[in-house]
Design a protein around this ligand. Structure first.
Ligand code: ZN
Length: 151
C-alpha cells in the first residue's frame, strides 16, 4: 500500500510547495546537471565555493515532489559547510534511505530536517528521486573550479 500521508510528510510538502534556494546562481563557481530517467526528474545545481566552503548553493529544474523537496532540503543543509562535511552528510543521508536499520541518534541529529525523507526507503523506486540532487552536488563539487558557462 502506498500511503501518501506517510511519505509526504509536512516538511516534504512544505519544501515542495516553496522550495528553498530555487533559481539560478549567477556567480556560481561550479555547475552540474542531474537527470533521473526512472522518474524524469531533471535538475541543475549551482554551487559557489570559497576555500572548500560552500558559500552558496541553489538549484532549478523540474521533477516530482520528492526530488524537489530533497533538493530544497539538501541546499539548506549544505550551505556554509565544507566540501568534506557535505560529503559526510551525503553518506549519512544515503545510509538513512538505503539501510535496513534506522540510523543512530547522533546521525539523525546531524541530518536534521533531512530525516524527513527517511520514509522514502519504503519506496525503492523513489530513492533515486531523493538522491538525485546529492549525486548532482557531488559532481559539481568534483568538477572544475571554472564553470562551463558562457556569458
Ligand atoms: Zn522523481
Amino acid at each position: 500500500m502506498f500511503d501518501l500521508q506517510d511519505l509526504y510528510q509536512e516538511v516534504i510538502i512544505d519544501h515542495n510547495r516553496s522550495p528553498r534556494n530555487f533559481g539560478k546562481l549567477d556567480d556560481a563557481t561550479q555547475v552540474a546537471e542531474g537527470y533521473n530517467p526512472l522518474c524524469g526528474d531533471k535538475l541543475n545545481l549551482y554551487l559557489k565555493t570559497e576555500d572548500d566552503v560552500i558559500t552558496d548553493v541553489s538549484f532549478d529544474g523540474s521533477g516530482c515532489a520528492i526530488s524537489v523537496a530533497s533538493a530544497s532540503l539538501m541546499t539548506d543543509s549544505v550551505k556554509g559547510k565544507t566540501i568534506e562535511q557535505a560529503e559526510q552528510l551525503f553518506q549519512d543521508f544515503h545510509n538513512l534511505i538505503m539501510e535496513e536499520e534506522n540510523p543512530g541518534e547522533e546521525q539523525m541529529q546531524s541530518l536534521g530536517k533531512l530525516a524527513a525523507l527517511a520514509g522514502v526507503k519504503q519506496y525503492p523506486a523513489r530513492v533515486k528521486c531523493a538522491t538525485l540532487c546529492w549525486h548532482t552536488l557531488r559532481s559539481a563539487m568534483q568538477g572544475d573550479a571554472a564553470p562551463a558557462m558562457t556569458e
